[in-house]
Design a protein around this ligand. Structure first.
Ligand code: FAD
Length: 412
C-alpha cells in the first residue's frame, strides 16, 4: 500500500516538503491543507508589492496546476482545527477528516497585536500574508500620515513601504535604536539615516501606549508612553509572531514558543514532523535549540523533513540562516543568531559600512553586515566549522577579511 503524507501549511516549508516527497516517494499520497485562499507565493516579495514596485504576478510561485501536475491534493481555505494523534488523522473547520501515515506541521506564525487600547482599530495593519500586503498597499496609497511600531525586520518593511509610497511617517521604537538586540546605536544609525532619507522619522525610547480613533473607529493617532501624540491614518504594527503551536496543545507533541523537533525535523511523536518558522529545532551548530524566521531556512527544513519522513535519520538539518534587507542603496544582511551569544565585536569602516559578530563559547554564532557583504561566506564557513576564533577579533573585523588571515584552527 502506498504511504500517505498530510502536510498542514502551504508556505515555503510545506510546499518544498511536498515537492521532495513527490520526487522521492513517487507512489505516495500527498495532501496539503492550507487556510489561505491561494497557493504558495513569495512571502519575501509581498513587501515589494505593497511598496507599489511589483504587480501581483511575480509574487505567486505556484498556481494550482503545479499541484495537479504532481498529483498533490491541495485544499485551499481549509483550516486544520484538530490533530488526533491516536487515530492518525486531522480535522478541518468543516469537520472533514484526513488520515495520514506521516504528518508534517508547517504552520508558521501569526503576527501579535499590541496589548494597548484600540490596537484593532480600522487603519491598523499587521503584515504576514499576501492579503495583508494588498490591504496595506491600498491603504498606504491614500493615507496622509503613517505610524509604524516594531523595531525589527518586519517593522522596517512597513516603514520602507511608507517611505516608498511617499507617506510621511513616524517609526516608534522602544529602545535607543532599531533592532537593538542585534545592532549597536552606531550601526543602527546607518539605518536611521536611510529611513530619514525616505521620509520616515525614527523616534526612540517611544512605542505605543494607546491608539486614538474617530467616532467611526478609524485610526487618527498613536500616543506614546511619554504622552507624545503622532497623528496617523495608517498604522503598521510588527512586534513579533505567535507561533501557531496551539494546534498541538492537546497532543503529546512538546512545544514551547515553537514546536520541538530534533535535527531530523521529527517531533517526539514518531510519525509527526514539523518544519519552517514554527520549529524550535536542535541546532547542531549552536549546540542548543534554535529558531529561524527566514525563507531559506524554512525551505531547507521542508526538504529535510520530507527526506526524514521517508527515511528517518537520512539527513540532518544543519544550516546557517540569513536574511537580507534591500530597501536602501546599501546592502544589509544578518545571519545565524545575531541576537544571541555572550560577547560581540563590531566595527564601522565607513559612513555606510559596519559589521558585528556574536560569539558563543568563542565561536561565531551570528552577525550583521551593513554596506559590505563580502565577508559573509567566510563568517558562515567559520560557523559551520565551529572554529574558535573569538581570540582573533581584530583579524575578523579587518576589511577584506578571509579565513586564511586567521591563525591555525582550534576545534573545541
Ligand atoms: C513581509 C515579510 C517579509 C519577509 N522578508 C523576508 C526576507 O527578506 N528574507 C527572509 O529570509 N525571510 C523573510 N520573511 C520571512 C519568511 O517569509 C518566512 O520565514 C517564511 O515564509 C516561513 O515559511 P513557513 O512555511 O515556515 O511559514 P509560513 O510562510 O507562515 O506558512 C505557514 C502556512 O500555514 C498556514 N496555516 C497556519 N495554521 C494553519 C492551520 N491550522 N490550518 C491550515 N493552514 C494553516 C498559514 O496560513 C500559512 O499559509 C518575510 C516575511 C514577511 C511576512
Amino acid at each position: 500500500m502506498s504511504e500517505s503524507f498530510v502536510i498542514i501549511g502551504d508556505g515555503i516549508a510545506g510546499s518544498s516538503a511536498a515537492e521532495t516527497l513527490r520526487e522521492e516517494a513517487p507512489d505516495s499520497d500527498i495532501t496539503i491543507l492550507t487556510d489561505e485562499g491561494e497557493a504558495l507565493y513569495n512571502r519575501i516579495l509581498i513587501k515589494e508589492y505593497a511598496k507599489g514596485k511589483l504587480p501581483e504576478a511575480p509574487v505567486s510561485i505556484h498556481d494550482t496546476s503545479w499541484y495537479d501536475e504532481r498529483d498533490i491534493d491541495l485544499h485551499l481555505n481549509t483550516l486544520v482545527t484538530d490533530i488526533d494523534v491516536e487515530n492518525d488523522q486531522v480535522e478541518t473547520h468543516e469537520g472533514e477528516t484526513y488520515g495520514y501515515d506521516k504528518l508534517l506541521v508547517a504552520i508558521g506564525g501569526t503576527p501579535q497585536q499590541l496589548p494597548v487600547p484600540n490596537a484593532d482599530a480600522d487603519g491598523i495593519h499587521h503584515f504576514w500574508t499576501f492579503q495583508d500586503a494588498r490591504a496595506i498597499r491600498e491603504h498606504v496609497e491614500q493615507a496622509d500620515r503613517g505610524v509604524v511600531v516594531g523595531a525589527g525586520l518586519l517593522g522596517i518593511d512597513l516603514a520602507a513601504i511608507c517611505g516608498a509610497q511617499d507617506l510621511p511617517s513616524h517609526y516608534l521604537m522602544r529602545g535607543k535604536c532599531w533592532w537593538r538586540y542585534a545592532l549597536s546605536e552606531e550601526g543602527a544609525e546607518i539605518i536611521h539615516e536611510a529611513l530619514r532619507d525616505i521620509g520616515v522619522t525614527p523616534v526612540f525610547e517611544s512605542g505605543v501606549d494607546r491608539f486614538e480613533t474617530d467616532e467611526d473607529g478609524k485610526l487618527v493617532a498613536a500616543i506614546d508612553p511619554n504622552g507624545e501624540r503622532y497623528e496617523a491614518d495608517f498604522g503598521g504594527v510588527a512586534i513579533g509572531l505567535d507561533f501557531n503551536t496551539e494546534l498541538l496543545e492537546d497532543t503529546p507533541v512538546e512545544t514551547d514558543t515553537g514546536i520541538y523537533v530534533d535535527e531530523y525535523m521529527r517531533t517526539d511523536v514518531d510519525n509527526i514532523f514539523a518544519a519552517g518558522d514554527v520549529t524550535e529545532f536542535h541546532d547542531t551548530i549552536l549546540g542548543e535549540r534554535g529558531q529561524n524566521g527566514a525563507w531559506g531556512s524554512a525551505k531547507q527544513q521542508g526538504t529535510i523533513a520530507a527526506k526524514n519522513m521517508i527515511d528517518y535519520g537520512s539527513e540532518e538539518f544543519r544550516w546557517v540562516s540569513s536574511y537580507s534587507i534591500t530597501h536602501f542603496d546599501f546592502p544589509f544582511l544578518s545571519f545565524g543568531h545575531p541576537t544571541m551569544g555572550e560577547e560581540t565585536v563590531e566595527r564601522k569602516h565607513s559612513e555606510n559600512e559596519w559589521r558585528r559578530l556574536a560569539f558563543k563559547d568563542g565561536k561565531i554564532i551570528g552577525g550583521v553586515l551593513i554596506g559590505d557583504l563580502s565577508p559573509q561566506s567566510a563568517y558562515k564557513q567559520l560557523m559551520r566549522e565551529e572554529r574558535v576564533v573569538a581570540d582573533q577579533k581584530d583579524v575578523l573585523m579587518q576589511k577584506g577579511f578571509s579565513v586564511d588571515d586567521l591563525s591555525a584552527p582550534q576545534k573545541q
